[in-house]
Structures are given as structure tokens and as C-alpha cells.
Design a protein around this ligand. Structure first.
Ligand SMILES: Nc1ncnc2c1ncn2[C@@H]1O[C@H](COP(=O)(O)OP(=O)(O)OP(=O)(O)O)[C@@H](O)[C@H]1O
Ligand SMILES: [Mg+2]
Length: 360
């Protein structure tokens, strides 16, 4: 069975490097950091709310590091397991607890003993599991599947979501009682465009990080490229900025990042949106031709239809592998998951688990 975002053995060394490498420059993110550092040592359950790529996991690690807790930091992506698997993953199992359960296995709660358990994408936790999680939080004990013996656990819980959990509660998709349990201390991570003073310091930080990784001597960025970074909307937030800088370093010449080296998605940038689109006859190629004929058909929901066809085809080509689909489409895995969910592709055809260790 593969593991998802599981870092019990990452070690203090890696954590301390990561902690030093954080950039919180804009007043909005300084405020977040201050809140986090107040909350971290308290042991309180923390809910981190933030859009994709805003640094939720980085913050969860920081909370753990500042908590003074001696145990490990364990990260689990709740959306990455099928409904059948997640219970055994979280709580562990005894031999023969279910078909294929060879040997005993500790769950993530046990693995995080005396440390921090980070439950990412908590909004994806199936309702049936939500009630079980609530019980564990209340009783501070877990019972492995196939066992009757409760085990005491001392685990600090940090959860994260990029959906509005209050809305999920209102829609009946998330238990209200669990929501209140998780919602003890809340940290809202602003979008990158809401903390513009972070953009250039983050860009510098990623330039240095990837300069070392790519074994480059020195790198700089032109004033025009800097301005382009400031003008862009950053729908993928810090993760997108990181990818843009990484790519720019690969394609840049003479150690200078120029605007042309920045792969910014023009259609989603407010700046570019305002520019007039080129006239239709100028767009040639198979895709525009296909779209033109689709527009001619008067299909009732063209936008949805194109998006769904693209996602279905990419997902099929990648044999149901979400990470590969995300990379093929050039979007984050969270975006792919949201799309798969929307088009009803998450259960059944999907292969459940994919190692995300390469992300770390
Ligand atoms: N303040 C920061 N300083 C430096 N690097 C950061 C900061 N915040 C985030 N990053 C980096 O940006 C990337 C995305 O961060 P992270 O994985 O924590 O975001 P996330 O909100 O969990 O994303 P996703 O929603 O995609 O899971 C990581 O490589 C992380 O190290
Ligand atoms: Mg994350």
C-alpha cells in the first residue's frame, strides 16, 4: 500500500532547513505568522484555511516545530484514500481485520504519537469517517480495526482545507460537531495576490533554492521580469510562483531571468485579460478549428463540455493516475481532484493512491 504525504521520518534536520527558508514579508503574512507562533505551543487543534498552494503544509510543519512536541510530524492527505482504506490508514489494523490485511499495522494516529498529525484536505473525509474521527478526538484513544483494545494517544491535530467548511456543514457534507472540534484555532492563509510584498522576496528565495539545485553560478532577474511577477494574479499562489521560477531558471541564459522566461498563464492574469484578444481568423491550428465547429453546433454547455472532455481524456490516458493527469494538464493535483469530483470520476475508475513524496 502506498503512503500519501507521509513524513514520519523526515527528521529534524530537514524541518529546520525548511523552517529557515520561510518567507513572510508582507504585513498580511507577518500577521499570520504571529498568530501561528502564538498558537503553536498551546497544543490546541489548528484549522488552516487557504487556497491551493498558499503554504498550508509549510505552516502545519512550522506549528509542529514551534510546538516543542518531541514526536514526529505526520502528514496524511484525507482525499487520497478510498473510503474503505482510510479507516485502516488512520487507526491501523490487526492481522486479518479485512481481506488483504496481512500482519498488524499501526495507523497514522499511532505513528504521530507525541507529535503532530496533519490531516490535509479534511473536507474530503467521508461522513462515516468523520464520526469516527470525532470519537478519537474526544476520547483520545484509537482502536485498530479488528481489535478491541483502545490505545491511548497523545497527538496534536492540525487540519487543512481549501474549501469553506462552514458551507460544507450547511450543505450537509461535513458534520457540525466535528467542525466545531477542529475549528478551535483558525489560521487563514491569504492568497498570494493579497500579500504582494511577498512576491519578490519569495521569487528571490526560490531563485536561490533552484540555483543551488541546478548548480548555477549566479542568477538575477530583469526589472521587466520583476514587474511581470508583480502584475500577475497568481491563481496557483506560492506553488505556482515556485514552479515559474524553477522553469525560468532552466530556460534563462547568462544567469538572467527575462520576462520571456516566465511561463505565466496569460488568460488568467488580470493584466492580460484587459488586452484585446486577437481576431478569430488569426488563430490557426487543430484546436481552434475544433472549437470553432463546436461553437457552430450551438452545444448548450460548451465550456463544461470542453473541460470535461479534456479531463476525461487526460485521466484515461494516464490510466486513472491523478498525479500524472495533473502534470499532463499542467495544473495542480488539487485542481485535478476537484475536476474529477465534479465530473464524477473520483470513485470507481480512479486508482486510489499515488505517492506524493516527490512533492516534498
Ligand atoms: N512562506 C513561504 N516561504 C517559502 N516557501 C513557501 C512559503 N509558503 C509556501 N512555500 C512553498 O510553496 C510550496 C507550496 O506550499 P504548500 O505545499 O505548503 O502549500 P499548500 O497550501 O499545502 O498547497 P496545496 O493546496 O497544493 O496542497 C511549497 O514548496 C512550499 O515550501
Ligand atoms: Mg498541501
Amino acid at each position: 500500500m502506498d503512503k500519501i504525504l507521509t513524513l514520519p521520518d523526515t527528521g529534524a534536520h530537514v524541518l529546520s532547513i525548511r523552517a529557515k527558508a520561510q518567507v513572510f514579508h508582507d504585513p498580511a503574512s507577518v500577521e499570520v505568522l504571529e498568530t501561528v507562533e502564538l498558537v503553536a505551543p498551546s497544543g490546541a487543534t489548528v484549522l488552516i484555511v487557504g487556497d491551493t498552494g498558499t503554504g498550508k503544509e509549510l505552516l502545519a510543519r512550522h506549528i509542529h516545530e514551534k510546538s516543542g512536541r518531541g514526536g514526529p510530524f505526520v502528514a496524511v492527505n484525507c482525499g487520497a484514500f478510498s473510503e474503505n482504506l482510510i479507516e485502516a490508514e488512520l487507526f491501523g489494523h490487526e492481522p486479518g481485520a479485512f481481506t488483504g490485511a496481512q500482519g498488524a499495522r499501526a495507523g497514522w494516529f499511532e505513528a504521530a504519537q507525541h507529535g503532530t498529525l496533519f490531516l490535509d484536505e479534511i473536507g474530503d473525509l467521508p461522513l462515516a469517517m468523520q464520526v469516527k474521527l470525532l470519537r478519537v478526538i474526544q476520547e483520545r484513544q484509537v482502536v485498530r480495526l479488528g481489535s478491541r483494545r483502545p490505545l491511548d494517544i497523545d497527538v496534536r491535530l492540525v487540519t487543512a482545507t481549501n474549501i469553506d467548511l462552514a458551507r460544507a456543514v450547511a450543505a450537509g457534507n461535513f458534520r457540525r460537531d466535528l467542525y466545531y472540534r477542529l475549528n478551535v484555532a483558525v489560521v487563514h492563509l491569504p492568497l498570494l495576490r493579497e500579500r504582494p510584498d511577498d512576491i519578490l522576496p519569495l521569487a528571490r528565495h526560490f531563485m536561490e533554492m533552484y540555483r543551488i539545485r541546478l548548480r548555477l553560478d549566479k542568477v538575477d532577474i530583469s526589472p521587466q521580469a520583476r514587474q511581470a511577477l508583480l502584475d500577475y494574479e497568481w491563481p496557483g499562489n506560492i506553488r505556482e510562483l515556485e514552479n515559474v521560477i524553477h522553469y525560468a531558471l532552466i530556460v534563462s541564459r547568462n544567469g538572467l531571468i527575462q520576462s520571456g522566461d516566465l511561463r505565466l498563464h496569460k488568460s488568467v492574469s488580470g493584466v492580460h485579460d484587459r488586452s484585446a484578444p486577437p481576431p478569430e481568423q488569426e488563430i490557426s491550428g487543430i484546436l481552434p478549428a475544433a472549437i470553432r465547429s463546436l461553437l457552430d453546433t450551438g452545444h448548450p454547455a460548451i465550456y463544461e463540455h470542453v473541460e470535461e472532455t479534456l479531463v476525461r481524456q487526460a485521466f484515461a490516458r494516464c490510466n486513472g493516475n491523478q498525479v500524472k493527469t495533473a502534470s499532463l494538464l499542467g495544473v495542480s493535483r488539487n485542481v485535478v481532484r476537484a475536476l474529477l469530483k465534479r465530473f464524477g470520476l473520483l470513485n470507481g475508475a480512479a486508482r486510489p493512491v499515488e505517492s506524493e513524496l516527490s512533492k516534498i
